[in-house]
Design a protein. Structure first.
Length: 230
């Protein structure tokens, strides 16, 4: 990309990210999810922008763990390392689904982060960007303007994404619908804080969820083993 083309491209990124930030502060989930089974893996449809649930592990497992998370949420960031370890260990046994639940009233960069992860997913790098965004949370959470724009753009570059496609997808109606759909599903279940975990439709006991955030996985693994009949 020539220097002049890069300047134009960077300017477009600033505009798009600025628009996403403004939208995130006023957006309310409006997807119609009344007939959707929130506890099952959800296929692509018009309602979610033709973006299905992202599944890590065994998609046809009898045990499905779902997280409703906010990429800017400190507790979600704290839980990420433990969750990543558990789902890697159990990837041949359970299905793990991450759904977006950005709390934009307190985390103004959360929806932009979610959009970045979904846009990466449209290039086959969903989990790579998911992990990168969480693991670099301290780098971008307090950024604004050009700094924030440059940071998210650099993550796309580090994953060898097509930057122009990434930008287009970032601002697309599909990604917007997907995030709002996930939020609406969470609200249907009564989610009002993050991280919120469900296993086979049941909310993760508060003490188990708290242990995960604090760095312990033994309680969660014991529960998964119980669900698996081990």
């Amino acid at each position: 990309m020539s220097k002049s083309a890069w300047i134009i491209f960077s300017a477009i990124i600033v505009i798009v990210f600025g628009g996403l930030i403004a939208y995130s502060r006023s957006a309310n989930p409006s997807a119609d999810v009344g007939s959707i089974d929130a506890n099952s893996i959800i296929a692509a449809s018009e309602a979610n922008g033709q973006i299905a649930d992202h599944v890590f592990g065994k998609a046809d497992s009898k045990v499905v763990m779902i997280e409703y998370g906010d990429f800017q949420c400190p507790s979600c960031g704290a839980a990420h390392t433990q969750i990543k370890s558990v789902i890697e260990e159990y990837k041949d046994k359970i299905a793990f689904v991450y759904r977006n639940f950005p709390l934009t009233s307190i985390h103004p960069n959360a929806r932009v982060a979610a959009a970045s992860v979904e846009a990466a997913g449209l290039q086959g790098k969903y989990w790579e960007m998911h992990d990168l965004i969480f693991e670099s949370q301290n780098e971008w959470s307090n950024l604004s303007g050009d700094e924030r724009t440059a940071q998210f753009s650099s993550y796309a570059a580090s994953l060898s994404l097509d930057k122009e496609k990434f930008l287009t997808d970032l601002a697309s109606s599909s990604v917007t619908k997907k995030i709002s759909f996930d939020q609406a599903i969470g609200k249907k279940l009564g989610v009002d804080s993050t991280p919120a975990f469900y296993i086979n439709g049941g909310a993760l006991p508060e003490d188990v969820a708290s242990a995960v955030v604090q760095g312990s996985t033994s309680e969660l693994k014991a529960l998964l083993d119980q669900k698996l009949g081990n």
